[in-house]
Design a protein around this ligand. Structure first.
Ligand code: NAP
Length: 252
């Protein structure tokens, strides 16, 4: 019988690595991708294999269509696609919209939005019962910034995550009758290295006291929500956007 395959984009560290570890415990082969952290991706694979799971790492930049296509060609080689976690995402240095270059905007939207949509397209082409598939599940990583807007920081990233929310709802309705559920997890401030790439490595620790729960979240807490949405336990849940934000994204 063909292996069940789950793709996790950006699985070399942070939330994606935690999701890869968590999903491997379901018995599926996890195909995790990375763009520059080859050693970290190999470590996640080794950890999963060491615990009796199955995982493969692949270098693929989701900001290019060719690399997105390579991810799914590799998934086809391994087995039958059952799910996709569209986790890979990037921020840029904090600045005002007036200082955002076109190149920056292109990168933010290529990776966060186009990458997620193209990967979802490829997953639907394989999992949809209308295309001969057996159904499956897609979880997109949004952000509390989609609701908050992130002024003076990264409004571009927030807008890209707003697009992910809308995409989640639209695609969920489009494929609900084809055996595919599409949901999103909307993290708040999670203690990962993404804040360093935004030029503010201490952001999670500094903001902790001002968050409703007085602490940042962990990658593992996000992974639990992802794993539930991916699982059959969430069989009647589609188009949902689940806040994992310790109360941060509750609007007044
Ligand atoms: P992270 O620690 O910075 O990890 C990002 C992951 O994405 C890494 O595995 C990285 O690979 C990969 N990646 C980056 N650019 C890529 C590209 N072009 N193509 C493929 N993979 C790429 O981020 P995180 O905090 O875990 O965030 C994961 C997701 O949650 C993102 O979508 C993010 O926007 C969202 N989120 C995070 C927070 C938070 O506070 N942490 C809050 C809200 C939403 P390399 O290691 O090879 O660079």
């Amino acid at each position: 019988m063909a292996e069940d395959v789950v793709v996790v984009t950006g699985g070399s560290r942070g939330i994606g690595a935690a999701a890869a570890r968590r999903l491997a415990s379901t018995g599926a082969t996890v195909l995790l991708t990375y763009v520059s952290s080859a050693g970290r991706a190999d470590e996640v694979v080794a950890e999963i294999v060491g615990q009796g799971g199955k995982a493969v790492a692949l270098r693929a930049d989701v900001g290019t269509e060719d690399d997105c296509l390579r991810i799914f060609a590799e998934a086809d080689r391994i087995g039958r696609l059952r799910g996709l976690v569209n986790n890979a995402g990037v921020v840029d240095l904090a600045c005002r919209v007036t200082d955002m270059s076109f190149e920056r905007l292109r990168r933010i939207f290529d990776i966060n939005v186009l990458g997620s949509i193209v990967c979802a397209r490829e997953a639907v082409r394989r999992m949809s019962t209308a295309h001969g598939g057996d159904g499956g599940s897609i979880v997109n990583l949004s952000s509390a910034s989609a609701k908050l807007g992130s002024p003076d920081q990264y409004v571009d990233y927030a807008a890209a995550k707003g697009a992910i929310d809308t995409f989640t709802v639209g695609l969920a309705k489009e494929v609900a009758g084809e055996g595919i559920r599409v949901n999103a997890v909307r993290p708040g401030i999670i203690d990962t290295e993404i804040h360093s790439s935004g030029g503010d490595p201490d952001r999670a620790a500094r903001m902790a006291a001002d968050l409703p729960m007085r602490r940042a979240g962990t990658a593992e807490e996000c992974a639990e929500a992802i794993a539930w949405l991916m699982s059959d336990a969430a069989s009647y849940t589609t188009g949902a956007i689940l806040d994992v934000s310790g109360g941060r994204s509750i609007l007044p």
